[in-house]
Design a protein around this ligand. Sequence first.
Ligand code: MN
Length: 132
Amino acid sequence: MPTKRILYIEDNFQNRRLVKKILNAEGYEVLEAEDGLKGIAMVARELPDLVLMDINMGGMDGMEATAHLKASDLRYIPIIALTANAMKGDKERIMASGCDEYMQKPISRSVLVETVLRFIGPGDKAARASAE
Ligand code: MN
């Protein structure tokens, strides 16, 4: 079975590094894009199993990128929003843009791993170990 691939669209390098480290350790392959436009192009090109979507990004933000993807043929790919927004109504607005799930920053390792598992099943730890 091929390794499951997750695309993380996020403008913050530290967050990308942290999430990649956590998910690589679980046996998922992690692709990265640093803004919404590059992200939606990469979704179309790479057809990842799952998208993790930062909301606050310069240029095209996460809600706009999500709405774009969910209006396309690629709407079947699950999108999980990651955001530090905690204002009343933010979660509702984010879910209304088409995200399938919502996760609060700072990123919790256990919540991240459990949520990814719920959507696409386990990664391939054996493949990861042999690749190192
Ligand atoms: Mn951001």
